[in-house]
Design a protein around this ligand. Structure first.
Ligand SMILES: NC(=O)c1ccc[n+]([C@@H]2O[C@H](COP(=O)([O-])OP(=O)(O)OC[C@H]3O[C@@H](n4cnc5c(N)ncnc54)[C@H](O)[C@@H]3O)[C@@H](O)[C@H]2O)c1
Length: 319
């Protein structure tokens, strides 16, 4: 297998690169390093089967020839498209960031896929496409009304991929991630709490009143689930929620465990209201029945994943 991974220097991208290289595949990674870091690719860069291209996906002319050269050596079996704007608050302040880095990167990678004749695409989507809904989020439930520009641009990306499958793309997999956590995270509540407690061990300010409750999945299980789905789900267009079982984890649980592990005397200072920030979906309940039916179930509960990821982040931050 030879694959192209966009957003390869990102948190999840780096784990995926390591996974494919460990399986003996050839991997090309593209990233503009706007949010990613070469530290995530330190191991991969020692592997002769890995090639890194620093480029903005929206500037196809800057990397087209490099990919054409690669295809001349051996064609790509698939693109795994993970590049996006993961800085949600930056996207709230300037929706143009989500347009460029979340939607247009998808639009442009589809153009590259067409030009190079790559048959398959796997795409990192999100629970944010569903919007703020009280009901169980099943893949076919609707209406899909995102409340963040990030979610809107991911939904538009899903729509473009669906259309591409009608017009030449052989096969696509859309994964709707929950909150993904684990070692090498560079953003998200767990990372923020650990960072804040290191800089001020006396207090932990929390966005919102701590009652927000969402499913958290460990990155190792996410990678397992994605590779499982790609092997087993063989429709032209496949779309799956990926998440842990159960109702998810409260922000209060995360804050209390971060304090326990980093600075047990710190005072947790909660904000007001159940929303952490504009566009935040404070509570959602994910159905993973479709994934379970395909044959994959997570081993860790959301709470277990949170505790494990906090321990990993604390140990990383002190090494
Ligand atoms: N981490 C989560 O909890 C989570 C949840 C739902 C969905 N996702 C999705 O999973 C994917 C990976 O997320 P992550 O947490 O690893 O984020 P990340 O920010 O660590 O990785 C995204 C990578 O994309 C790169 N990138 C952004 N714009 C680019 C562009 N124009 N050209 C080239 N590279 C560009 C960034 O530099 C970064 O390395 C994203 O698509 C994200 O939306 C993540």
């Amino acid at each position: 297998m030879k694959i192209l991974i966009t957003g390869a220097a990102g948190f999840i991208g780096g784990h995926l690169v390591d996974r494919f290289l460990a399986e003996g595949g050839g991997v090309t990674g593209i990233d503009n390093l706007s949010l990613g870091t070469m530290r995530h690719l330190e191991k991969a860069l020692k592997n002769p089967s890995f090639r890194f291209i620093k480029a903005d996906l929206n500037e196809i002319a800057s990397y087209r020839e490099l990919l054409v050269d690669e295809v001349a050596k051996a064609p790509y079996d698939a693109v795994w498209h993970l590049a996006a704007n993961s800085d949600i608050s930056a996207g709230v302040a300037d929706p143009g960031i989500d347009l460029r880095d979340t939607f247009l990167t998808t639009f442009h990678i589809l153009q590259v896929i067409r030009e190079l004749g790559i048959p398959r695409l796997a795409f990192a989507s999100t629970s944010a496409v569903y919007g703020d809904r009280a009901t169980l989020l099943e893949e076919d439930s609707g209406p899909m009304l995102p409340i963040s520009n990030y979610g809107a641009m991911k939904l538009a990306s899903e729509a473009s991929i669906s259309a591409a499958v009608e017009s030449g793309l052989q096969q696509a997999w859309i994964f709707r991630f929950p909150n993904v956590i684990g070692p090498r995270a560079t953003h998200g509540a767990l990372y923020d709490f650990v960072k804040k407690l290191h800089s001020d061990p006396a207090q932990l300010p929390v966005l919102g009143n701590g009652t927000q409750q969402k499913p958290y999945l460990h990155v190792s299980e996410l990678v397992e689930a994605m590779t499982f789905i790609v092997t087993k789900a063989q429709d032209p267009l496949n779309y799956f929620n990926i998440g842990p079982e159960g109702e998810g984890t409260t922000v209060r649980f995360i804050a209390e465990n971060a304090v326990r592990l980093v600075s047990s005397s710190a005072e947790i200072r909660y904000g007001i209201g159940s929303k952490g920030w504009i566009g935040d979906v404070p509570r959602f309940n994910y159905s993973i029945a479709k994934l379970r039916q395909l044959g994959w179930s997570p081993q860790l509960s959301s709470d277990q994943a949170v505790v494990r990821a906090l321990e990993e982040l604390v140990s990383e931050s002190s090494s």
